[in-house]
Write a protein that binds this ligand. Structure first.
Ligand SMILES: [Zn+2]
Length: 264
């Protein structure tokens, strides 16, 4: 898999004596979580994994050299059962995903590390990341954090419809890949599909509402796309990558500074 993570920020490139010399109380380890799943006719299966590595790698490149932050090898397989039925989707169950994160958290705790952030770029994992950040805190006493996607940047230039319902293989994901791995984007194979329409509000919505319906992609998007990739440009992608990396780097630095022991 391609990587934008600098070699000197890659935890797995250290030997155990170098790991042993890291300051246990301050070192922040980043566990990337993503997916290998269908992304329509025009983007690769590894889209979420590539975006994770791209944004995290650029964020790590922005950090001061003495900031003790290392990227762990990613958990590429995620809870992707919303995309079952499409060739190439490789999903793990919620229990498998959570068991793997628990075992990795246990290993880090055993080695005396105290700070772990789960950095996730696949929506299907989001609920499990929040569960595991709290469970790892409770079970092992790790100081855990959750970090998602682009770190909350505004994505200037997106239409309101795409902002609300560009869930999957739409403008943002396509632009990020056009800016970084354009050879993996088939610009002749774009399809457009929306799961809901902001101009026609309904009581039951797919996400972010008091009343939701649980969706499977095959029920509502035969091409696998939820969004509109057509307006995507490499220029917007490059700008969003830089903005996201700045936000993510600031969040990582705040996690290093966050006190391990806090008093009420
Ligand atoms: Zn995706």
């Amino acid at each position: 898999m391609k990587t934008w993570v600098p070699d000197d920020r890659n935890f797995a490139y250290l030997n155990w004596k170098q790991v042993d010399a890291l300051p246990r109380d301050r070192t922040l380890l980043v566990l990337p979580t993503a997916a290998i799943e269908q992304h329509g006719h025009h983007l690769p299966l590894a889209t979420d994994t590539l975006i994770n590595n791209l944004l995290l790698g650029h964020a790590l490149q922005k950090l001061p050299a003495d900031m003790p932050i290392y990227a762990l090898p990613p958990v590429c397989y995620g809870k992707s059962n919303e995309h079952i039925g499409f060739p190439g989707t490789l999903a793990v169950t919620a229990s498998t995903f959570m068991a793997l994160l628990r075992d990795l958290g246990g290993s880090l705790s055993n080695a005396g590390f105290q700070k772990l952030v789960l950095y996730n770029t696949h929506g299907g994992n989001t609920a499990l990341i929040d569960v595991m950040a709290r469970d790892l805190r409770a079970e092992f006493g790790l100081r855990t954090f959750a970090l998602h996607g682009s770190g909350g940047i505004a994505f200037e230039g997106l239409s309101p419809q795409e902002r609300a319902y560009g869930f999957h293989a739409g403008e943002v994901e396509t632009a990020l890949l056009l800016a970084s791995v354009p050879e993996m984007v088939d610009q002749l194979a774009y399809t457009v599909n929306y799961i809901a329409d902001i101009s026609n509000p309904e009581l039951l919505l797919p996400e972010n509402a008091p009343a939701t319906f649980a969706w499977l992609t095959r029920d509502i998007a035969s091409s696998g796309v939820m969004g509109d990739p057509r307006p995507a440009t490499a220029d917007n992608g490059a700008r969003w990558i830089d903005q996201a990396a700045t936000r993510l780097a600031a969040a990582l630095e705040a996690m290093v500074r966050y006190a391990n022991k806090r008093q009420a």
